[in-house]
Design a protein around this ligand. Structure first.
Ligand SMILES: [Zn+2]
Length: 194
């Protein structure tokens, strides 16, 4: 709570800032406040509305991107096993990351010079590329072993892809509770599913 969503000058989402960092940018006139929480920040020298969403005054050529980490692959797949659709979570609905693994769809043992051919597109990609990794529960991963989905008779819920821009936003925001003040500025599917 009280985090601030930073938008580029074209209002595309960029990242989440702490309120301290965002307030500094407001005071330095680097950003404009476009939405605030219904409360104030009070210090001995100023009182200001608590910013919820700010935009950069000058466009920066930095595209939002997310690194290819285990967590981000799981987030792309909505923390759901891509073979059996199980989504391990706590009673409060938080995903249990430790019950999920990353499966190499085309197994590493089939890689030639670190690359594999994806049977569904014919594309040759790195064995550890977004397009060859999926979230899998431990049981499915063990059952599949060093086989392709076809060999194992375990079809994928969907073929893995490099995240789209909308997916990148969703992944970048996956660990945050999305306050209602942010919702007009991010794609609906980003927060509806959280
Ligand atoms: Zn599974």
């Amino acid at each position: 709570m009280n985090n601030v969503l930073l938008l580029n000058a074209d209002w595309s989402p960029m990242q989440v800032l702490s309120w301290e960092r965002a307030t500094g940018l407001v005071l330095d006139e680097k950003v404009s406040v476009v939405a605030d929480y219904a409360r104030q920040i009070r210090s001995p020298s100023f009182v200001m509305p608590w910013p919820a969403v700010v935009t950069l005054k000058r466009y920066v050529r930095i595209k939002l991107s997310v690194g290819m980490t285990r967590r981000n692959v799981l987030a792309r797949d909505r923390f759901t096993c891509q073979y059996c659709s199980m989504r391990p979570c706590t009673a409060r609905g938080r995903p249990l990351l430790e019950l999920l693994t990353i499966d190499h769809v085309v197994p590493r043992s089939r890689a030639v010079q670190g690359r594999v051919v994806l049977p569904w597109t014919g594309m040759r990609v790195g064995v550890g590329a977004w397009e060859n990794l999926v979230a899998s529960c431990i049981r499915c991963n063990q059952r599949k072993g060093a086989r392709t989905p076809r060999q194992a008779g375990m079809p994928l819920a969907r073929y893995p892809t490099t995240p789209s821009y909308t997916m990148m936003i969703a992944i970048a925001l996956a660990e945050f509770r999305i306050p209602k003040e942010w919702r007009p500025f991010i794609p609906e599917e980003t927060w509806r599913r959280l």
